[in-house]
Design a protein around this ligand. Structure first.
Ligand code: AMP
Length: 602
């Protein structure tokens, strides 16, 4: 086995490694460090958790230990797809370069340009950046890339997922032709292959651990369950999540809970908090300082449950995560491997629990194919309450009821949200009707659960005359038989989810027209259709942090990324110009435009 002392690293770097407690280089380090120190290009095919960050930072520090940077002319460049990864690389530099005098700067979105300009002006040896922010600085004339001697592209496959490849190609064109390139990717998609063929010169290729491998130290479990009713499916899932956490007992220390959609990250975190759990959300719509604070809290143990989207959490090195819970089965099989790899690190044991409802089954096959093993099934930690009435009871009702059956099952009486699912619709309508039977006052006010000619609908109204039927004064929810009380946050969450089932979210191309029906006042927490599309888009796809669209010519109604995040006021100010007719002042009940819904919640 190779030892660090055989690797020709600067003695001060060796000292820092020893202090970090590393005994031997990992395979990617043993493979990549020698050619990197020789000045060769390196193509490392390795995923996070393999020690790849040190495999490029250690030789870089050794090579840069001699010489000094000039103002605005960094001597090396590390490109990372997300702010968190860039910050993580910067932290690694601090650890490994603590005995070497090197300056570094971190250029990421969500942080003021002023501070970053000042750092660049002083001259930096190592510049760690996300592609978008780097190009912003370059375009503002604040950065000269002619002195870059080493360029690192980290997590190239994620760059591809996030649409950064054109930026990367552009940056390759801005740095000297003679620079050394260290290029890392977990997979070699054809597009990545093309880039490496174009920009790397005879690289040393080091490949470690296939992406499909899951660690033996992770105990995997699949909890399959079937919600009984569509309108309570989301609630059932959150109940199941809590039961799964509680069921772990002593074994449970902390967990990353992954959701497929950003909107669910917020809902799940909010719901957990409401039930007394110590949970915080993290996803790309939260501003950078908030994200860093949350991550720090999770790392130092003051936050126990991190509810995350893939982009926000993938690639992050968070030691000591006892559990990973897939609240949703990931729609990309590789994400399953990445997600569960957050636990069971460095030889420690971990548990990965995946909740699976029937609509998730389509993704499950692909995951089990990829990892080449079935995920062991576990009994659900709780039973789903069956709120439906038994069918024979319904049949009895139907027989004894003197109203025509067709009337009860469909037509005007059928609640909107159940259209297209007749069985469930009638069951749910029945169930609501049953609920109302305990709810005397509302029935008297004209609930319509028992049909128009039902004998229990309060005083008979003969014509309108001066009389105003009470139902006219009811809120929409009450008329639908919904709660007469104030909605709680959890109710709102349920509303959102009922209306935005993941499997029904439209594909981005089929951006639905926003409904303008004045009849249904929307709650603030409701998610407009456009948000569903964005939230459902592959994580980190252009909706994320540094996305390339930021530098596209801004369309009027497409405030993008950093610009939008950094200048919300300006953005808001532009909005009225787009409106054709003066509109009434927006109330909370109105649906926010999609872009608003995407902006940081803070
Ligand atoms: P990375 O793949 O770069 O995210 O690294 C994953 C984790 O492995 C980090 O916590 C590193 O501190 C740790 N690590 C990196 N190299 C070594 C090594 N040679 N020995 C032990 N731990 C290491």
């Amino acid at each position: 086995m190779t030892t660090f002392s055989e690797l020709q690293l600067n003695p001060k770097v060796q000292k820092a490694i020893a202090e970090a407690g590393y005994e031997n280089p990992t395979p990617i380090q043993a493979g990549a460090i020698p050619p990197a120190l020789e000045g060769r290009d390196v193509l490392g095919i390795a995923q996070t958790g393999t020690g790849k960050t040190a495999s490029f930072t250690l030789p870089m520090i050794t090579m840069l230990a001699r010489g000094r940077a000039r103002a605005r002319m960094p001597r090396s460049l590390v490109l990372c797809p997300t702010r968190e990864l860039a910050a993580q690389v910067a932290e690694n530099f601090d650890i490994y370069a603590k005995h070497v005098k090197l300056s570094k700067a971190l250029l990421i979105g969500g942080v003021s340009f002023k501070e970053q300009d000042a750092a660049i002006d002083k001259g930096v040896d190592v510049l760690i950046a996300t592609p978008g922010r780097l190009l912003d600085h370059f375009e503002r004339g604040k950065l000269i890339l002619n002195d870059v001697k080493v360029m690192v592209v980290d997590e190239a496959d994620r760059m591809l997922d996030m649409g950064f490849i054109p930026d990367i190609e552009r940056i390759f064109g801005l740095v000297p032709f003679t620079r050394q390139t260290l290029f890392f990717s977990a997979t070699m998609a054809p597009e990545i292959e093309r880039i490496t063929n174009t920009f790397l010169s005879n690289p040393a290729k080091i490949e470690v651990a296939r992406q499909s491998t899951t660690s033996d130290t992770i105990e995997q479990r699949l909890i399959e369950f079937k919600p009984t009713r569509r309108d309570t499916a989301a609630k059932n899932k959150r109940d199941m999540l809590r039961a799964a956490i509680e069921g772990e007992g002593e074994k449970f220390n902390n967990a990353i809970i992954f959701c497929n959609r950003k909107v669910d990250v917020d809902i799940v975190a909010k719901s957990l908090k409401k039930h007394g759990f110590n949970a915080e959300p993290i996803h790309g719509d939260l501003d950078q300082s908030h994200r860093m604070r949350t991550l720090d809290g999770f790392r130092n143990g003051s936050i126990k449950l991190l509810v995350a989207s893939d982009v926000a959490a993938r690639g992050l090195d968070i030691p000591n995560v006892s559990h990973v819970i897939n609240y949703d089965v990931p729609s990309h099989a590789e994400d399953y491997v990445h997600r569960i790899g957050r636990t069971g690190r460095a030889g420690k044991t971990g548990v990965a629990i995946t909740l699976c409802v029937p609509s998730d089954e389509k993704y499950l096959g692909a995951i089990e194919n990829l990892i080449e093993q079935p995920i062991p099934r576990a009994a659900p930690p709780m039973e789903i309450e069956d709120n439906r009435r038994p069918r024979d009871e319904q049949r009895d009702d139907a027989k004894s009821d003197d109203k025509p059956r067709g009337r009860r099952r469909g037509g005007r009486g059928k609640p909107e949200e159940f259209q297209g699912d007749k069985d469930t619709a009638s069951q749910a309508a029945e169930s609501r009707s049953n609920e109302r039977q305990d709810d005397g006052p509302r029935r008297e006010r004209g609930g319509r659960g028992r049909g128009r000619s039902g004998g229990d609908r309060g005083p008979k109204v003969l014509g309108m005359g001066d009389h105003t039927p009470d139902f006219v004064a009811l809120s929409f929810d009450e008329r639908r038989g919904g709660p007469a009380r104030d909605l709680t946050e959890d109710d709102l969450a349920d509303t959102v989810e009922q209306e935005t089932p993941a499997e029904e979210a439209p594909a981005p191309e089929e951006k639905p027209k926003r409904k303008r029906s004045p009849r249904k006042p929307k709650q603030k927490a409701e998610t407009p259709p456009c948000d569903e599309v964005k939230a459902d888009a592959p994580e980190g796809a252009p909706t994320e942090d540094e996305k390339p669209k930021r530098r596209r010519k801004k369309k009027v109604d497409e405030p993008a990324g950093d610009a939008a995040a950094e200048a919300p006021a300006a953005d808001e100010a532009e909005k009225p110009k787009r409106k054709r007719a003066p509109r009434k002042k927006k109330t909370e009940a109105e649906a926010p435009p999609a872009d608003d819904a995407q902006s940081p919640e803070e």
